[in-house]
Ligand binder design. Structure first.
Ligand code: B12
Ligand code: SF4
Ligand code: SF4
Length: 359
């Protein structure tokens, strides 16, 4: 059993570093090997091949850090549950960005502080290993965070801390140092609720599993090729990511404790969305300038234009926006345009009964 004085001091340092939640999980293999293997076998990961790679490590963190004994789990809160800002009347059509990507890139924001902590601890405990992970390492982050007492996993598969909500981003230090484990969180924060399942625009959620190939977050951020026209309408105004399953969750409605868990200032939104015509006018440099310090860097230029055209198609289905229609018509016949972008423009115009030469 780890030294509880050391553990208390490490957890206090996490809070001093601005993490909203922190706890310790003992290292062990996943309880959900069968579910993970079935999910991959069903192809629910789509083009995210990296999820099938390093499966052995994902199933057991001791294969990431040999001799690991503890996982220090941290969470940043990135949004306080307040309402979306009003769109001003007459504003040009915009595509909406998921809240986690509106401020600084969480990978950098969390990793920077975890590295600082790891360096301090390595100085205090020579010979022990500390490996910082945020998102991209082969770790089942939500399952580990649940065991570290940071919250329970909801039917939409995201971690919810009752009283705080699910607007959380996770990181870990996997270490050979033995720390005292925290009390694990409960298993089911949902009871009979099915709001996220009912509200998901593409029907991607079944209890405790998400078919990524149907999820708007996957389609707009990870999927690099054409998005099937069947999904276009459901994508609505989401140009990058989707927050619907978290917006409807009762745990994310204003609560008394919400004020107690700080939102880290690095996530203060710089943008709620993008002007669609602006995105359709970007070149590589334009995209780079717009994505400075942003987690949105993941989406390539052609993917962003593809997403913007799909959102534009949904706008045009409801009202006339001549400049937007003309721009999409021009893209649809522009031989210099990326094929993904051109084909999406043709498909959107076909669905909104426009006529396209060469479509
Ligand atoms: C791949 C990935 C995605 C994919 C797949 C999503 C998914 N649900 O797996 C896509 C691109 C769709 C995606 C979307 C989003 N993501 Co994402 N994503 C990841 C990533 C990199 C890996 C997740 C993974 O391993 N999936 C594989 C599946 C099989 O894992 P799983 O669903 O956990 O499967 C387990 C459960 O099914 C469990 N199980 C089975 N039965 C039962 C029953 C019970 C009761 C329980 C508890 C568990 C359980 O067994 C499986 C194995 O453990 C993680 C980071 C990480 N390293 O963990 C971030 C991560 C999950 N994403 C995150 C975020 C913020 C999002 C979005 C909200 C972003 C957005 N706004 O657009 C959306 C939310 C969509 C959703 N409802 O999941 C955060 C979530 C934070 C939180 N509060 O939980 C993470 C943890 C990143 C981070 N470091 O903070 N994401
Ligand atoms: S992020 Fe959107 S599309 Fe994906 S599961 Fe949640 S509600 Fe469905
Ligand atoms: S919306 Fe309801 S079912 Fe979905 S995660 Fe929240 S509490 Fe659970």
């Amino acid at each position: 059993m780890g030294d509880s004085h050391t553990t208390r001091s490490v957890l206090q340092r996490c809070h001093d570093l601005g993490f909203a939640l922190a706890g310790v999980a003992p290292v062990r293999a996943t309880r959900y090997e069968r579910e993970l293997r079935d999910w991959l076998a069903a192809g629910s990961h789509g083009e995210m091949q990296y999820l099938a790679e390093h499966l052995r490590e994902r199933l057991d963190p001791r294969r990431i850090v040999p001799g690991a004994r503890s996982i220090l789990c941290v969470a940043d809160r990135y949004h306080d549950g307040g309402p979306e800002p009003e769109q001003s009347p007459g504003q040009r059509p915009r595509g909406r960005v998921a809240r986690y990507a509106r401020g600084d890139d969480y990978h950098q924001v969390i990793k920077k502080r975890l590295h600082r902590l790891a360096d301090e601890l390595a100085g205090e405990f020579p010979g022990e290993i500390f490996r910082a992970c945020v998102d991209t390492a082969p770790v089942l982050e939500r399952e580990v965070a649940q065991r570290a007492g940071l919250g329970a996993v909801g039917k939409h598969t995201l971690l919810i801390e009752p009283g705080v909500g699910s607007w959380l981003l996770l990181g870990e230090l996997i270490t050979t140092l033995e720390l005292a484990p925290s009390e694990p969180s409960g298993e089911d924060p949902c009871g009979s609720c099915t709001r996220c399942i009912d509200a998901c625009p593409t029907g991607a959620i079944a209890p405790w599993t998400v078919d990524a190939t149907r999820c708007i977050s996957y389609l707009t951020i990870e999927h690099r090729s054409v998005i099937a026209p069947d999904f276009h309408e459901a994508i609505g105004d989401w140009i990058f990511g989707c927050d619907v399953c978290q917006d409807v969750c009762p745990h994310n409605q204003p609560t008394e404790r919400a004020a107690g868990a700080p939102v880290h200032p690095a996530y203060a939104p710089r943008r709620e969305g993008f002007d669609l015509l602006e995105v359709l006018g970007w070149d590589e440099q334009g995209r780079r300038d717009a994505f400075v310090r942003s987690a949105m860097k993941r989406a390539k230029l052609a993917m962003m234009k593809r997403n913007a055209i799909i959102v534009a198609g949904n706008v045009l289905a409801g009202r006339d926006e001549p400049a937007l229609r003309q721009r999409i018509e021009a893209i649809a016949v522009d031989a210099d345009e990326d094929e993904l972008v051109r084909r999406t423009a043709q498909s959107v115009l076909k669905n909104s009964s426009g006529t396209v030469d060469g479509a």
